[in-house]
Design a protein around this ligand. Structure first.
Ligand SMILES: Cc1cc2nc3c(=O)[nH]c(=O)nc-3n(C[C@H](O)[C@H](O)[C@H](O)COP(=O)(O)OP(=O)(O)OC[C@H]3O[C@@H](n4cnc5c(N)ncnc54)[C@H](O)[C@@H]3O)c2cc1C
Length: 621
């Protein structure tokens, strides 16, 4: 039943941080640093005030305060002249404390020796980049969830990456064994919402993925027209190979040059209302919707239809190699934490891979005066340049523009910002970096008083074709790295809402779609996300007695306007000759500056972030 804002609990005091939503350029200008008391004494860098960011709720990910300086530089053309020269001297300055930047620091020390002086800068108030820990204490014992990067798809890792993880004490196979979480696969459902479909309908036992031959009767429950339901039943049950009799060229066209949406309507004969059901099914997996993906790309994400192409296997029946994962309870934030602990052991002296998920970190140790390795948060690099055999890095922190010098610099930040940081790069390289527009992503964690509603309904998650977040999962069954949240554990439990924000569908190039989605995400207020998750939870769990006003203990929105690294897409990208693809041009070194980040591999994976850090450090002499 539809509820008022008050009944949904919109006016309740839940745990959240004050939120300032995306701001206009004029406002950005006004918010810019005004040069308040510059200093060149590094010992005054205060990290103690940082507190313990993982427990912060409200707007996280690209949180207020993290992006304004970069936007002023890139969008507003603001210049950060007359920096204060710090007396600090480093061997390397690394821009970006994501998995790639932290790995670069680790490798640098390995290559150049334990005395290496390293400064790592990041614009966020926490390290890890996308690998972000969301930690909750509301309502009792600590509960963890993923704010971003979660899976280690370790079967596809190279030996150097596996050895690197082993060097941190990480046993990926053990992590996999201790994992009993399946992204809703062990209790799937589709939830049709009243705003979109006229009434709230939960259909347990039906997955949007795979062929669903054993669950075709569930289609009778879908709140669409009878002809739409009949077409869906026919689609799933048909054995006709539509490629029969086609030439190789025609087959290639269907598989690689036809969007999945067009495949469904033109080749599989589904009416629009049935095609619409799949619109959000690739949101989390790809960060792109099926109308922009080829038939093959969508089917690789296990969307149905391969049985109409002569593929007799039911792709949903068994796990594909890419779906065998290892996971920490806070995702790859545990890897970021292990890296930081290895670089600056005082942050958590007793932490190791066995207990990293529960280890408390002292952020006050990250940037200690006199330490050889320092991690400086809330610091946005605004200029990086080669100067007389050295590199000078200018950054803004707390309204102060400072400059440090080092022998080397590794840029482990997003590539689209690099042309603004490093104007001396060749024009062709800057153009290639601008090509790498990341896919905006969204992960909203909601701490519930208990998971009883889900249990009563017999589901572990649901696909929500009509809502902002494509999916919601109950986070139970992660028993790794010292943390235990078994299925039988009572009390508060996080539900993770997963997906992206799509702008209205228009026939525009993919880069424009991604930029538009990024802006939409940035302009949304915390209350928009809050209203959304309260509405969904009320509609889905309301029949079990769940009360959105009483049973929600905390909400953390992790918005990632710069999310997945841009990977090339069948419908949008050329086939470049070796060495000519944008990411290969974009990552070329310049003097003592080298370039890492998962963008450098055009691949949105942790292993890519690690390998690109290896390469970037290898390139330094
Ligand atoms: C929601 C989400 C889920 C994901 N899930 C998975 C998954 O399950 N498995 C997987 O393998 N991969 C996943 N990924 C992909 C993920 O991007 C990579 O795995 C990896 O974490 C990327 O690390 P990185 O260091 O290359 O980049 P990032 O994590 O983006 O780190 C770069 C850092 O540099 C900072 N920075 C940028 N500009 C500046 C500047 N001017 N000054 C200072 N700092 C700057 C950024 O803010 C950021 O903190 C996911 C990504 C997202 C967004």
């Amino acid at each position: 039943m539809k509820k008022t804002d008050r009944e949904l609990g919109m006016l309740r005091q839940i745990s959240r941080r004050d939120f300032i939503h995306g701001t206009s350029l004029t406002a950005l200008g006004l918010m810019l640093p005004t040069g308040c008391g510059p200093t060149n004494d590094a010992s005054t860098v205060s990290t103690g005030s940082v507190g313990y960011p993982p427990t912060r709720t409200g707007m996280r990910g690209s949180h207020p305060g993290s992006f304004e300086t970069a936007h002023a530089l890139a969008r507003g053309g603001v210049r950060f002249d007359n920096p204060v020269d710090l007396v600090e001297e480093y061997d390397v300055v690394i821009v970006g404390a994501g998995i790639s930047g932290l790995t670069a620091a680790y490798q640098y020390r390995k290559k150049f020796g334990p005395e290496s002086r390293i400064l790592i800068l990041d614009n966020h108030d926490d390290f890890g980049g996308h690998a972000k820990r969301n930690e909750f204490h509301q309502g009792g014992d600590m509960r963890l969830s993923w704010g971003g990067t979660m899976n280690l798809e370790y079967l596809s890792f190279s030996n150097p990456v596996l050895q690197f993880l082993a060097g941190l004490g990480i046993d990926v196979q053990q992590l996999n064994k201790d994992l009993d979480f399946h992204y809703g696969g062990d209790g799937p459902a589709i939830w049709f919402d009243a705003d979109t479909y006229g009434r709230d309908v939960l259909v347990p036992g039906f997955s949007i993925y795979g062929r669903n031959l054993d669950a075709l009767d569930k289609i009778d429950l879908f709140p669409i027209s009878e002809s739409g339901r009949a077409a869906l039943r026919q689609f799933y049950s048909s054995d006709t190979n539509i490629l029969d009799g086609m030439s190789e060229r025609e087959i290639e066209h269907v598989l690689r040059r036809t969007s999945y949406t067009e495949f469904l309507s033109r080749h599989a004969g589904l009416p629009d209302e049935a095609v619409e059901l799949f619109t959000k099914a690739t949101d989390g997996y790809w960060g792109v919707q099926p109308h922009s993906l080829s038939t093959t790309e969508a089917m690789n994400a296990r969307l149905p239809g391969s049985h109409l192409l002569g593929d007799e296997s039911d792709r949903a029946a068994g796990l594909e190699e890419s779906e065998v994962v290892a996971m920490f309870p806070d995702g790859n934030a545990s890897i970021a934490r292990l890296l930081v602990q290895s670089l600056i052991s005082a942050v958590a002296p007793a932490a190791n891979a066995e207990n990293i998920a529960t280890a408390r970190f002292d952020y006050g140790q990250l940037d200690r005066s006199g330490a050889s390795i320092r991690l400086r948060l809330e610091s946005t690099a605004v200029h990086v340049g080669n100067e007389d055999g050295h590199v000078a890095v200018t950054y803004v922190r707390d309204g102060t523009t400072s400059r440090v010098r080092a022998k080397h610099c590794v840029l482990a930040c997003y590539h689209v910002i690099i042309p603004h940081l490093c104007p001396e790069l060749p024009e062709e390289q800057k153009e290639a970096q601008r090509y790498q527009v990341k896919h905006p992503m969204l992960v909203t964690n909601v701490l519930l008083r208990s998971g009883k509603g889900f249990e009563q309904l017999g589901i572990t998650g649901a696909y929500c074709p009509g809502r902002m977040h494509a999916k919601a999962w109950l986070i139970k069954g992660v028993n790794t790295a010292g943390y235990h949240e078994g299925r039988d554990v009572e009390g508060p439990v996080p539900v993770m809402f997963w997906g992206m924000v799509a702008p209205p569908r228009r026939d525009v190039p993919i880069h424009s779609q991604l930029r538009e989605a990024r802006q939409v995400l940035l302009e949304m207020k915390f209350e928009d996300f809050e209203h959304e998750v309260r509405t969904v939870l009320n509609g889905m769990l309301g029949p079990t007695g769940f009360d959105a006003a009483e049973d929600i203990l905390a909400i953390t929105v992790n918005r990632w306007p710069h999310g997945y690294a841009y990977g090339y897409l069948d419908l949008w990208d050329s086939e470049w000759k070796e060495g000519q693809a944008p990411h290969e041009i974009a990552r070329q070194p310049l003097g003592n500056i080298t370039i890492a980040n998962s963008d450098a591999a055009a691949s949105a994976y942790t292993q890519a972030a690690i390998e690109e850090a290896f390469r970037a450090v290898d390139e330094l002499n």
